[in-house]
Design a protein around this ligand. Sequence first.
Ligand SMILES: *Cc1c(COP(=O)(O)O)cnc(C)c1O
Length: 486
Amino acid sequence: MTDMQLIFEKSRPGRRGVDLPACDVPEVDLADALPRDYLRQVPPGLPEVSEPDVIRHYTALSRRNHGVDLGFYPLGSCTMKYNPKRNEQFARMSGFAGLHPLQPVETVQGALKLMAALQEALAAVTGMDAVSIQPAAGAQGEWTGLMMIRAYHRSRGEERTTVIIPDSAHGTNPASAAMAGLRVVTVPSNDRGGVDLRALERVLGGDTAALMLTNPNTLGLFEEQIVEIAQRVHAAGGLLYYDGANANAILGKARPGDMGFDVVHMNLHKTFSTPHGGGGPGAGPVGVKAFLAPFLPSPVIRREGDRVVLDDDRPQSIGRVHSFYGNFGVLVRAYAYLRAMGPEGLRRVSEDAVLSANYLMRRLAPYFELPYDRTCKHEFVLSGARQKRQGVRTLDMAKRLIDFGFHPPTVYFPLIVDEALMIEPTETESLETLDAFVDAWAQIAEEVKSDPDKVRSAPHTTVVSRLDETLAARAPVLRWTDEPSS
Ligand SMILES: *Cc1c(COP(=O)(O)O)cnc(C)c1O
């Protein structure tokens, strides 16, 4: 079954999968409407297939895939939780989905009210004063936040260009800092998995623009010294940036604004009910304390009496970071989720996510090394160093897990843990699923001793076994050609 054809290879001239209605508006000759240089000389090489062929093709592909709706997906740092289907229905309501981005503001008051209410809810959850829902992803939220921090320092006549980032941080943090034209300084973690305060003091100075922190961090551990850290950074004139991509452990429990953070971003596609994976769409709203509000991306969505307006008159703004209204469908899902859960429901989300993670951590600890033996939050990190000494790598065990019907956890991240296995169960899994996951690991740990080759050659139950880990990302459509099918 490895020789499944591409849809392009199934193409036969003249076959059609859709029956478009006759054109009921005057036809325009594109040659009159657009400059000749921009017009295609040959038709695009789209596949020509019948409706049954196209349905069968994608149904077959979907059966070879794994997703949250198919099985457990404990990918650490990614919050792959079940997303309620009713939120999909809301996002598809014609009054939302059928809006044109250029409609006059007076005719889209409902959409704008939803966005204003979502901003207010996210501000309440994070303890911030103002929120922009423009950014399309966590990484773009980080970049937006750092650009605001830069603009703030500049507005005070200071050119601060260093961002301090712990060695446990998500890779997007240093990448966003570099994209924002800032220099990255790394601080090491202490033996409890938190920021080493003395190392932090050594790198703080007149050049410090900000400290970027995730709390709980990517080890799943709450930063116990956050108040001291915030005091030190502020005393040095720097600001605190909160990477809130995974807010699953803090909802209704702790707020970055109360911990001393000045800027946060959240990932609506992790915590707030938008399915993700495969590249989007998502949303990475940013929240700020009042003193940074003038720098928020423009236009700002703002209530004015019982109307909502798009305010473009903001001289200190860093400018627009997304066209039109951001990824609006994602915003509808997040709003529906927040309304359905309410404050009490959100607290339960965090309690259940943390409970599930601690249950799994304790039950899996006998089979692996546990580098930080502390109560974890929404996720935890194990080490496969013991198995590595027996000749089996964490990657091999992760591949073997696929044979049990589970998506492997995040591996080899965070970098500071040798042979890391980073597991995030989320709040939406049953005890039976968690127990079945433990049983699978128990068997794999046993196989490492009794039949290591079986683990090293896994997976055995999939259509293809070991894939090139990066080729698909680097050359996504190897056989796409821009020629008409022959
Ligand atoms: C996922 C994640 C990000 C990046 O979010 P994207 O939407 O993928 O850009 C940043 N930080 C942390 C901790 C994350 O888990």
